[in-house]
Design a protein around this ligand. Structure first.
Ligand SMILES: [Ca+2]
Length: 136
């Protein structure tokens, strides 16, 4: 916007009010719909966005924990069923298979034990970390 003053010099005139462009994505912050976005409404919008982010973060954390828990259970069940599988193959007369599975067993058990230990270790660690965070 430009107008000429009494000396004929063009001057830019500031609009007295700040106006949002048409279809502005920030128009939604005007919660009471009076066309004015107050500092209060701005703060509210910020707070809402912060809470939503927090919620997404918690949900992701929750999913991750479920996944790890399922994996730990799967590993434990594998450990429990391992001897049964050896027995079954033996009963079915698959002596070679039974022998092969038995040969793998030491490696398998050590690996699974490591996995489960890591799981419990991580659990204990995060629990301690949460406690320390609460104390702050
Ligand atoms: Ca408003």
């Amino acid at each position: 916007m430009a107008t000429k003053n009494e000396f004929g010099v063009e001057q830019k005139v500031k609009p007295s009010k700040k106006v949002l462009q048409d279809d502005s994505i920030y128009a939604q912050f005007d919660t009471d719909g009076d066309g004015v976005i107050t500092d209060e409404e701005m703060k509210q919008a910020e707070e809402i966005m912060r809470l939503e982010q927090e919620k997404v973060r918690f949900e992701n954390e929750d999913k991750k924990e479920d996944q790890i828990r399922a994996m730990a259970w799967f590993a434990l069940w594998g450990m429990l069923l391992y001897p049964a599988v050896i027995l079954i193959t033996s009963i079915l007369g698959q002596e070679t298979a039974a022998q092969l599975i038995s040969n793998i067993a030491p490696t398998y058990f050590v690996a699974i034990a490591g996995l489960v230990a890591a799981f419990f270790g991580a659990q204990a660690y995060t629990k301690n970390k949460d406690k320390a965070a609460d104390k702050k």
